[in-house]
Design a protein around this ligand. Sequence first.
Ligand code: ADP
Ligand code: 5GP
Length: 187
Amino acid sequence: MRRGHLFIVSGPSGAGKGTLVKAVLGRVPDLWVSISATTRAPRPGEHEGIHYFFLTAEEFAKRVAAGEFLEHAEVHGNRYGTLRGPVERRMRAGMDVILEIDPQGAGQVKSAMPGSVLMFVKTPTWDELRRRLEGRGSETPEQVETRLRTAETELALEGMYEHVIMNDDVSRAADELAAVIRSHAEE
Ligand code: ADP
Ligand code: 5GP
């Protein structure tokens, strides 16, 4: 059976990764989006096992030591990681898998699985990134500033990615992302 492909969607917080991935699911059938583990607290409306697996710092460290993570990184003061088992199972069953992770994690996955496809989502301008982060309303003003500081470093890593998706318009950018995924369908 054909092994599934691994697609990584990365880029600054607030660029629109989650929005685009959701839109792509309506365009490409049989895609599975990995659910990450994190030590950060759930936001209102977030649920265990749907948005993230919410772990204590101790549980997270234990699973790192047990080698359960395909990649993991510290982002904005919290730990995030992709559990290897569920991703491997889907890919072995022939499903394409999407990881929505930060650039540190993207680099780790590319080293471990060179066949994975790296996509970077960005906004047309810096001001637009700030507007989207502020407009989302899910972070405090301090958390917005932390994300913007991290974004400066992340934007410098754009060169590592095979595909750079400019998220100017959700529908257009989702079409572009879906086209990249479809272009690997026959491999
Ligand atoms: P990320 O997952 O990268 O952190 P989100 O998908 O949460 O980003 O998007 C951040 C905010 O920007 C959300 O409020 C979302 O509705 C908005 N947004 C996403 N894409 C666009 C776009 N193309 N134009 C305007 N607003 C957008
Ligand atoms: P948030 O806390 O806003 O949900 O996510 C913050 C950042 O963590 C985002 O940039 C997101 O891409 C990143 N992230 C989410 N899950 C993972 C993961 O499993 N691994 C890594 N390396 N980063 C992740």
